[in-house]
Design a protein around this ligand. Structure first.
Ligand SMILES: *Cc1c(COP(=O)(O)O)cnc(C)c1O
Length: 391
């Protein structure tokens, strides 16, 4: 019995795999046309032995700072490290509080915890899913030492009121731009607004490495200095350690690969936007589906294209049956994660974050999607919604 069931399951799994027509993400289709460039760049790194930090990292830092239009860029090992070092350099430590949002990837809050500080959450805006600036005043205490708005899914948070709040209370603002490479707010690229801004180059991000990598952007020379020292064991000169730091250096091969991919970022974001426009046009009028809103201040770069549906499980299943893969970003808001039970948050405290988390459904989104794949997804969602709604 058990064995038979196993065979049936295996068959189902195999047939499911063979039928995938629209994957959620396809990095190979992005890398294939650039293979000879990658091979050459990686060979150069090998020949120069500049593996940990070094000249390829410096070159990428300069390129990405020029792209973001910031004075400094500091390559680190991941987006999580970028957040952590930004907080440390801003003076956040044990007993302090840092305000952020529950609608984000866990890393935003983890970085706060790693400084010994406490994450304090505020709810997000109903339509953009980014930090509600009006909620900040209720979260402020004498221990608040930083604010981290998250440019979720590739859309900038409403920075002006957040920055004004920070200025009025002398609190630094750190952008979590890990999902928003090339996104703009009122015409300026994200990464230039906060005291620092943190980017991730995790492979699936809009600008992705061939492994782990991240960067911190800043216009502040003192913060740049502090972060450069912190990321390299606290040494200002080799073997002279002025503070206790950590090893957060970027890897040379990642930097060499990222320099190549950066040249294609604008075109790739443009393609994401055009797929998003097609999804919008095809799904906007559909009853039971809420499509993402691009705020008037924003140029959204659609790291994630998340619709909202109330009967998510049925829709996912129906799409999977049609060979369309989907994702959920994120099923549990951070304040309700088991790891943060000790913070004492309760369901009901952040209604927008909590409700949207039950409805978010991420559709396939990557630059190399074809028109026909986008059409298949639109038709697939239409069919799923029509079939899934039981009156
Ligand atoms: C990916 C991500 C991070 C963490 O970046 P890593 O490079 O994976 O450490 C942090 N915040 C957000 C919003 C992210 O999406």
């Amino acid at each position: 019995m058990v064995r038979r069931r196993r065979i049936i399951l295996l068959r189902r799994l195999l047939s499911f795999k063979m039928q995938i027509k629209v994957p959620f993400l396809d990095l190979w289709s992005q890398h294939l046309p650039l293979m000879s460039e990658f091979n050459q760049a990686i060979q150069e790194v090998i020949e120069s032995s500049a593996f940990a930090g070094g000249r390829f990292v410096t070159a990428f830092e300069q390129d990405f700072a020029a792209y973001c239009n910031t004075a400094y860029g500091i390559g680190v090992g991941s987006g999580t490290e970028a957040l952590w070092l930004s907080l440390l350099a801003s003076g956040v430590g044990p007993g302090d509080e840092v305000i952020t949002v529950p609608s984000t990837f866990m890393a935003t809050a983890e970085a706060i915890t790693y400084c010994g500080a406490r994450p304090v959450f505020v709810d997000v805006d109903e339509r953009t899913y980014t930090m509600d600036p009006n909620a900040l005043k209720d979260a402020l205490t004498s221990r608040t030492k930083a604010i981290i708005p998250v440019h979720l899914f590739g859309q900038a948070a409403d920075m002006d009121p957040i920055l004004e709040f920070g200025r009025n209370h002398g609190i630094p603002v750190i952008e979590d731009a890990c999902q928003a490479h090339g996104a703009t707010y009122k015409g300026k690229r994200v990464g230039t607004f906060g005291d620092t801004a943190c980017f991730s180059f995790y492979p699936g991000k809009n600008l992705g490495a061939f492994g782990e990598a991240g960067a911190i952007m800043t216009n502040n020379p003192e913060l740049n200095e502090k972060i450069c020292v912190l990321r390299d064991h606290g040494q200002e000169r080799k073997y002279f350690h002025s503070v206790v730091g950590w090893n957060c250096r970027m890897d040379g091969i990642q930097a060499a690969v990222l320099r190549i991919k950066l040249r294609h970022l604008e075109a790739a974001n443009q393609r994401r936007r055009s797929h998003a426009a097609a999804y919008d046009a095809g799904l906007r009028e559909l009853e039971g589906v809420i499509t993402p809103m691009e705020a008037s201040y924003a140029r959204h770069v659609y790291h994630i294209y998340a619709i909202r549906v109330s009967n998510r499980d049925e829709i996912i299943k129906c799409l999977a049956d049609q060979g369309i893969s989907t994702g959920i970003h994120y099923p549990v808001p951070v304040h309700l994660q088991e790891a943060y039970r000790s913070l004492g948050y309760k369901r009901g405290q952040f209604p927008v974050a909590e409700h949207s988390a039950t409805e978010f459904l991420s559709l396939p989104m990557y630059p190399e999607l074809t028109r026909s794949q986008v059409e298949q997804v639109i038709e697939g969602v239409k069919e799923a919604v029509a079939g899934g709604v039981q009156v």
